[in-house]
Every structure is written in structure tokens, then in C-alpha cells.
Design a protein around this ligand. Sequence first.
Ligand code: ZN
Length: 373
Amino acid sequence: MSTAHSNKWLYRQPVEIRFGSGSVSQLPEAVWSVGGTKGLVITSASLRHLAEGLQQNPDNRIAAVYSEVRPNPSLQFVDECAALLRAQNLDFVIAIGGGSVLDCAKAAAAIAEGKHTIRYYYGTGHPLPQEGIPVIAIPTTAGTGSEVTSVSVLSDKQNKLPLSAPSLTAKIAIIDPLLTMTLPPKLTAISGIDALCHAIEGYSSIHHQPICDALAVHAAQLILGNLETAVVDGKNQAAREAMAEAAVTAGLAFALPKTTGPHACSYPLTAQYGIPHGEACGLTLEWFVQINAEIPRIQELARQLGFADAEALANRITELKQNIGVRTNLRDFQLTAAQIEKLAQDSQHPNLQNNPVPVTVEMMKEMYRSLAE
Ligand code: ZN
């Protein structure tokens, strides 16, 4: 077991964060501040109206809108956005949407000034360009954290891989909780659970550090106290504001320590079984809390969140998932032994190395078996 604790750490946070209900009206100021003259808005089809609304204000300096991004964005969307940026010589990007939109936009902006397609960098080890076109990220869900991380998760057929580079960081994040007021209950639930995983995994990571720990505790408290309300009463502005604050602080809580077991397991669950990202992460969260409970600081996290111990925290996570209607098992997939074996193997993802307790393929098989039964 690895409980090694170093008191050396580095904290760095390169994103300007503008938070508050109505803050999207600060977009012209943000555009001016990144030196933008002609920009591209990247979004999804369902949010095209938002993009067009932004385009109507000439101070936003928007020259084009790309609204094709779909969940688990493929390399193709990134290349289409980069091609638009290159062809029209655009000099900034506004990403408005959930994690998929933000991840796609950050990747397109990072490669746009070079000549390569994203495949040149994807899983090959080729370093991304040092600097890209500036991105203004406007999340419309409360969960992803992508607006403050230097990671883009992209999908290619059965693969789902994170790319990580300083150039995959937004310049400015505008977090306007009012944009989440119309988010449907299911998406609110899934993105909220993703944020809870970011907080707990950031805290649990072997790369934990005190500033991120404090952010993690703050975020987890907000989520445990407000997610149910945000799901059942979407028009509750106080709950939406709390969740938006939780999502960005949880993003900062894991941006440096990185995620651990639940995110490692989520990649094959999403790529092979189509389970949405946050739901896939949440599926194994309480299992990891229990496995990690032998580490004193995990018990400490539970106590800071108001629970007697890690087991009580794990039980509360299960209850929360049930209350908000996200998946708590894999029964409906009727997994075969071979499928369980493959999930256990594929979950040995690099992020699993950040988990404070080593997890073997055998342990994973047992975990997936119990979720499948
Ligand atoms: Zn996540």
C-alpha cells in the first residue's frame, strides 16, 4: 500500500474564472481580454440557439458557429473545427456546452495553428503545440470541470483517451449558473455525480495536495447538500448556483492531483457499453471509497463531510445515486465472464495508478461481478 506523503507540492491555476448568475453578459469583455477579433463558437445542435443569440451581439465578434459536437466527441469533430479555424483565419474560440463541447473545442484550438490533424497526437505521444488559439469556455452543465483542466477526452471507435497538455487549457471560464436552469433532471444527475467523483478522486489521489484537498471538501459538501434539489427542482436557483460552484471547484480539485479508480473504470464502461461519462464514473465510486478506507486520510475526508467513517460516506453515495436515478449496477447488460474479464483488464488505465491502494485485475473482476449480479 502506498501512503507516502510528500510535503512538496506545486499549485498553479492558469484560468481566469468569472462566476455568477448572468455572468455570460461579460462575454464581450472576455473577448476583448483575449485579444479576439474574429471568433468561432463551438457547441452542440441542442444549444445552437444559445450560440446564435451570442452571435447577435457584434461585441462578441463571432464570425462562425459550429454546432455538430455530440457526446463522447470523435476526432472528426475536432478536425472539422480546426479546419474552420484555419480556413477563416479565426483567432479565438468560444465553447458553450457540456464537457464534450469543451473538450472538442480545446483540442481544436490547440492544433489549429499547426498543420496536423488531431489523429497525429491522439495516443501517439506526439506533443501538442505549446500554445493554441485562446478559448473562452462557457459550461452549460455543472459537472465536467473541463473549463479549468488541461485535458481533452476524445473518442475513436472503441477507444476513449484523454489528451493532456498545457495548450488544452481555456484562457477564461465564464460560469453562469442560469445556463444550467433548463438542464433536464437526468443530465443534472449525471453531471453532478461526475463532479462528486472529481472531488473525491482528487482528494484520494496519491498526488493530493492541501489546496486541492480544501477545494475537494468544499465541492463534495455542496454536491451532497444540493444535487438532489437541483435534480428534482431544476428551477431552484440556489441549488443550481451551488452545483455550478461545486463543479468548478471540483474541477480545480482534480486538475493537478488527477483522477483515480472511478475515472479509470469509466473509460471502458463508456466506450464499450455507452454509459454516459458521469454515470460510468459514479458506478464504481463507493467501491473505491471502501477499498481506499484503509488509508487514514480517506476516513478523514468522510469525517470532514460529516460522516462517522468511510463506509457511511459510501452508503450515502449509493443513496444519493438511487435518489437521483442514476445507475447503481450493470445487471441489464447481462455481462458474460469474458466481458467482465475484458472490463477488468481495460480498467487498468493509467489513472488507476493514482489510486492510493493498488487495485489488481482480480479485485476488478470481483467488483464487476458484484455489479453485474
Ligand atoms: Zn469526469
